[in-house]
Design a protein around this ligand. Structure first.
Ligand SMILES: [Zn+2]
Length: 65
């Protein structure tokens, strides 16, 4: 015999179990450098800076290093 559940899990119990099963939306903050809205505790998508440091070289159409 397999490990088969003895009875059907009720709608209430199922929902109760899945109570903690959810995703939280990413927290957004304004970049102190460029003011763009970006993910908190991540390098800015717009200017590539994090904690006042250039961490990602942002690709741009202008010729600059
Ligand atoms: Zn920025």
């Amino acid at each position: 015999m397999g490990a088969v559940p003895k009875r059907k899990v009720s709608r209430h119990r199922r929902g109760n179990r899945r109570r903690h099963q959810y995703l939280t939306p990413p927290e957004l903050t304004k970049c102190p450098n460029c003011g763009e809205l970006t993910r908190a505790n991540r390098a800015c998508i717009n200017c590539g800076q994090y904690k006042g440091r250039q961490v990602v070289v942002v690709a741009s159409d202008e010729d600059e290093e």
